[in-house]
Design a binder for this molecule. Structure first.
Ligand code: GRF
Length: 191
């Protein structure tokens, strides 16, 4: 059995899709949802699926390695970031080499980096007059949005699109592809 932890701080719609995909999976289980916000919607979703949750604070995340103990206690093999905005600390990246994924709502390397999240991304895409945008799934390293790119999917940006309609179309791509890319990568884990 492979065991995944999802880190999420927001509404958790991607986390929900991932929990749905693995709910009855024979070999893969979501073992833990980690959030840095006590009131994050994702915590209620985890409860719906009977998945353990853990709320972390900045001090614990950056000044201690206590989180590793929590992950190891649940034999977590793979970490999936889904709307988690804090930069991964070095100890976490080192403990899970090529085992931490992130999803970004644009075609990296464009529209990435600190501050490029949520509507900021789609406003920038619109303002630049892009005719295409999309989503990127990449490995996580210690810099924002710079790990190796594993998968991208695109959608057109039409003249009448607004940041809101772009966000809607990109999120649909995320929901469609993130769970299956996670499944493929977890299945390919060595050992
Ligand atoms: C997604 O757009 C993802 O690309 C970004 O954060 C958003 C999370 O949305 N990293 P949700 O919480 O899964 O609905």
């Amino acid at each position: 059995m492979r065991r995944i932890a999802i880190f999420a701080s927001g509404g958790g719609s991607n986390a929900r899709k991932i929990m749905e995909r693995f709910q009855h999976h024979p070999d893969i289980r979501v073992a833990l949802v980690v959030s840095n916000k006590r009131d994050a919607g994702v915590l209620a979703i985890a409860a719906e699926f009977g998945v353990d949750t853990l709320v972390i604070n900045r001090l614990c995340f950056y000044e201690t390695e206590a989180l590793l103990g929590e992950l190891r206690a649940r034999a977590v093999d793979f970490v999936v970031l889904a709307g988690f905005l804090w930069l991964a600390p070095a100890y976490l990246v080192a403990a899970y080499p090529r085992r931490i994924l992130n999803i970004h709502p644009a075609l990296l390397p464009k529209y990435g980096g600190k501050g490029m999240y949520g509507r900021h991304v789609h406003e920038a895409v619109k303002a630049a007059g892009e005719t295409e945008t999309g989503m990127t799934i990449h490995y996580v390293n210690e810099r924002y949005d710079e790990g190796n790119i594993l998968f991208q999917a695109t959608c057109p940006v039409l003249p009448e699109d607004t940041p809101e309609t772009i966000a809607h179309n990109v999120l649909a791509l995320e929901h469609r592809y993130y769970p299956e890319v996670v499944e493929r990568l977890v299945n390919e884990l060595p050992g």
